[in-house]
Write a protein that binds this ligand. Structure first.
Ligand code: FES
Length: 225
């Protein structure tokens, strides 16, 4: 290496730090410019501030605009759970079998009754019906075979006589006539049984609970037959 070349290299070595310094300075200025809040950044921050202000306004306005609601009044609804309780005296040979037919045929009817099976409708005396009312029944249905179908020949004719007596006694006591009913239902008349039960239940429901009832469920009553 010639001395001239050495001089050139040394000259270049001496120059490089100056260029590096310039580059560093340029980098520093650029980084400073990037870090320093520039105009667009300032716009962004202003926009952010505006949005936060808007959101605050939106959050606060409903509270301010919401009218003061009156305190809720607790409305106590009248109890409408009362359902009529019926007692059905049914002849073993016809009406009881008719109820069975209704059940087997899946015919829908109201379930507000308890059935007492007797061998013939002629067996139903006024005392049976009055005892049912005394024990909390709201209505009593007496049902038997059609005329001519009674297994005991004239049992249902006897039932008519007994029922007339029962009606008179109920009148004397103050029980409405609509609370007792006499019907003839055969073993094949499942649909008719359901219809009679529905009609009589609605009829008694319209009359309301029996005045002297202690509102006891019929399950607690004793057998009157
Ligand atoms: S056997 Fe049914 S009413 Fe007499």
């Amino acid at each position: 290496m010639t001395p001239t070349e050495k001089g050139k290299k040394s000259a270049t070595r001496g120059k490089t730090p100056a260029t590096d310094q310039k580059k560093k300075a340029a980098r520093e200025t650029s980084s400073a410019a990037a870090k320093s809040p520039s105009k667009p950044a300032g716009k962004k921050s202003a926009a952010k501030k505006k949005t936060t202000e808007k959101s605050a306004a939106t959050t606060t306005t409903p509270k301010q605009a919401a009218p003061k609601l009156a305190p809720k009044k607790t409305v106590t609804k009248p109890k409408t759970t009362w359902e009529p309780q019926l007692v059905v005296f049914a002849c073993n040979w016809c009406s009881y079998a008719g109820a069975d037919t209704a059940g087997v045929s899946r015919i829908q009817h109201q379930p507000n009754f308890r059935m007492i099976r007797v061998m013939c409708s002629g067996r139903i005396q006024p005392a049976f019906v009055l005892r049912a009312f005394e024990k909390g029944a709201d209505g009593v249905l007496v049902s038997g075979c059609h005329f001519g179908d009674c297994h005991y020949i004239f049992g249902n004719e006897r039932a008519v006589e007994q029922f007339d007596k029962t009606k008179n006694m109920c009148k004397l006591i103050g029980i409405e006539e609509g609370r007792i009913r006499l019907e003839w239902i055969s073993a094949a008349e499942g649909a008719r049984f359901a219809q009679v039960i529905n009609e009589f239940t609605d009829q008694v429901r319209a009359l309301g609970p029996i005045p002297f009832s202690k509102n006891r469920p019929i399950e607690q009553t004793e057998d009157v037959a």
